[in-house]
Design a protein around this ligand. Structure first.
Ligand code: PLP
Length: 428
């Protein structure tokens, strides 16, 4: 895990000891490496240098303003899925002419807000939505650039809860319906139907689903062009995988090798919406052990101060996150697969759980870890994407702080919530 490394038995983020950060900000805390984020963004940029590409960071994966600003400073655009995310992208310094907006349920208010800000493009998910966008654009005296989000009916072979491109999923428009819209584009004044969008789900561990979808999409684009529609933009969405286990996985260049030929053949400008790849392995969640307890039948629990409200992926998607103490004499193995139970000297098998009153508040079941005691710090790796962004204050637990490390420096980029934050806006 580059940018997060053990030196002299203790974990560093870039050049800062994680222990030192925690001494200042407490636990639980999300800690991100700014240079990891930027280098991953640049890796995507490099992989797609051959085609004219707009890289729109998927704000829903990590919407922290400082992270969005760091990416905006690198020239990134943004992929938003709500008015609130558009607000964040703009506050972070995002250029509206690089902002794309997806989502099956955009409200009139959200559409108006996006029109007022002249965003780059709406990724439209139904004919009904297109009607609303057209009517609102007429009223506002604006032209809305639109990409139809196609549901290509491709199985991206990811978790059922994160698959978006199969015909039974709620996302996008099937080819037949999309063709009808293209034929009748005159019915939608003030709409420029200039793009096609696909997003298959996440994380996708192979380039094949992209190739299958793009083959169908390229045939469709040809049909659109025959009808005289000017399709200039092809948005291939996000979904690039990261390694949650330490194994080698596909990298942006590997996907690019399959995707770029289609983009060139179609002579389109490309748009892409990476989220997880940029931030996933650029962030950790650090938690403190509150208690350990052993049931009389032998099972041992490690109860920590972070819970499913802080990081819901294990509870929601059965996601596997590697963990290791912040400071330990036991070397962290380079690779660990779900179900591995290699118990070396100084280790034991435990369930790592949070304090939330739900049976699903479990980060790991039967996990081999170095022996943990009260007050020890534990790192949960690969927590930068869909971590804090999906957190809540369930059980009235103030949400953790977020910290951004840059070289030898670190700063709190979101304060830990207080009890007062919990009841803000409420009346009794
Ligand atoms: C969530 C989402 C993304 C980002 O997916 P990642 O796997 O994080 O890269 C991109 N586009 C759309 C439309 C999304 O909903």
């Amino acid at each position: 895990m580059d940018y997060f490394e053990y030196k002299n038995k203790t974990l560093y983020c870039e050049e800062v000891k994680v222990e030192d950060i925690i001494a200042e900000v407490g636990t639980p805390a999300y800690i991100y490496s700014k240079n990891a984020i930027i280098s991953r963004y640049q890796e995507i940029e490099d992989a797609y240098r051959d085609v004219n590409t707009t890289i729109c960071f998927s704000v829903k994966s990590n919407s922290n303003l400082a992270i969005c600003k760091a990416l905006a400073d690198e020239g990134a655009g943004f992929d938003v899925v709500s008015g609130g995310e558009l607000f964040r992208a703009l506050k972070a310094g995002g250029n509206p002419s690089n902002i794309v907006y997806a989502g099956v349920g955009k409200s009139d208010g959200e559409i108006r807000y996006a029109l007022e800000n002249d965003i780059f493009m709406f990724n439209v998910e139904s004919q009904a939505e297109l009607k609303h966008i057209s009517a609102l654009a007429v009223k506002a005296g604006k032209t809305a650039r639109v990409a139809l989000r196609i549901n290509p009916d491709i199985d991206a072979k990811t978790h059922a809860k994160t698959t978006t491109g199969k015909k039974e999923n709620k996302f996008g428009i099937d080819f037949t319906a999309a063709e009808k819209i293209m034929k009748q584009s005159g019915k939608y004044p003030n709409v420029d139907l200039c793009g096609i969008h696909v997003h298959l789900g996440s994380p996708i561990y192979s380039a094949d689903p992209y190739a299958q979808a793009l083959k169908k999409v390229s045939e469709f684009i040809q049909r659109c062009r025959k009808m005289g529609r000017n399709i200039e933009y092809l948005n291939v969405g996000g979904g690039y995988c990261i390694s949650y286990t330490g194994e080698e996985v596909m990298r942006p260049a590997d996907y690019a090798a399959k995707i770029i030929p289609f983009v060139k053949e179609m002579q389109c400008n490309m748009v892409m919406e990476p989220g997880r790849f940029i931030v996933g392995n650029s962030g950790i969640l650090v938690t403190r052990v509150l208690y350990t307890k052993e049931a009389s039948f032998g099972k041992k629990f490690v109860v920590c101060d972070a819970g499913m409200n802080d990081l819901i992926r294990p509870a929601l998607y059965d996601a596997f996150h590697r963990m290791w103490p912040v400071t330990t004499n036991v070397k962290m193995p380079a690779v660990e697969m779900p179900g591995d139970k290699v118990v070396k000297k100084g280790m034991e098998v435990v369930d790592v759980v949070g304090p939330v009153c739900e049976s699903s508040d479990v980060f790991a079941k039967d996990r081999a870890l170095p022996k943990l005691d009260e007050a020890d710090l534990l790192t949960i790796f690969s927590a930068g994407a869909y971590g804090f962004a999906m957190s809540s204050s369930y059980n009235s637990r103030p949400r953790p702080c977020e910290v951004l490390v840059d070289g030898k420096q670190f700063r709190v980029t979101r304060k830990r919530e207080t009890y007062d934050d919990l009841i803000r806006g409420e009346v009794r």
